[in-house]
Design a protein around this ligand. Structure first.
Ligand SMILES: [Cu+2]
Length: 68
């Protein structure tokens, strides 16, 4: 299991937080997601043999947010 921190731009409220959290959690291989709304930091615990950083970025971007 690996942990990374994504820098997500554009999250403003609890709904944004839920959308990003849900999109990441839905990916196969993602174990744990922690969204900090104030800083935009999203820490993700994941299995790198199942899911790539690129897939995680896409999942967040599909919700309408930018990943730095
Ligand atoms: Cu929002």
């Amino acid at each position: 299991m690996q942990t990374i921190t994504l820098d997500v731009k554009g999250m403003t409220c609890g709904h944004c937080k839920m959308a990003v959290n849900g999109a990441l959690t839905d990916l196969d291989g993602v174990q744990k997601v922690d969204v900090n709304l104030e800083t935009g930091k999203v820490s993700v615990e994941f299995d790198s043999s199942k899911v790539s950083l690129e897939q995680m970025k896409e999942a967040v971007e599909d919700q309408g947010y930018d990943v730095a």
